[in-house]
Design a protein around this ligand. Sequence first.
Ligand code: GRF
Length: 203
Amino acid sequence: KRIVILISGRGSNMEAIVDACAAEGWPASVAAVISNRPDAKGLQFAAARGIATDVVDHKQHATREAFDAELARVIDRHTPDLVVLAGFMRILTPGFVEHYAQRMVNIHPSLLPAFTGLHTHRRAIEQGCKIAGATVHYVTAELDHGPIIVQAAVPVLPDDTEDSLSKRVLAREHQIYPRAVRWIVEDALDLRDGVVVHRRGEP
Ligand code: GRF
């Protein structure tokens, strides 16, 4: 299986997936890492691992449609079976999402369906949530929706700041995202009535 990972910045989830893929010998390889920002830190890590890197700069495209068309062209050069959004901070057009239907996943730093959108940790603290977390899900046209593959929960502690909570959640993201991608490349998942089920029983 061929995996293409899209990033916009740090790329720590991308690193976790690249490392797990190599260390655990998945029936897959990361064919390319693509960023919409030329200065994304994660590009250096990918290049150092000998992975092809590309930049499709949204600022060089007049419309979302033009950007998404170019992005799809660059992604498809790598003939991916799976497109992994890992801190990719662009809203995608319905046409783009449709093109990768059931072969594109995202990680979102909240326990969906709570807190779609931005500033999830700040909002969880403001709302007095006692539990926060992260969700890996298939991407559908509606932002931060789509069938849930795996979630991880962490406690929100009394003295938490946005920063301390995001670090606690991120550590769990690095565990669940590789696990979810592994399930997909090993063909372990199925969609039944829009819900993810494990073909060979729950793990
Ligand atoms: C993660 O918290 C992810 O959930 C969110 O953006 C952040 C990306 O971090 N979508 P990184 O680029 O993977 O380090």
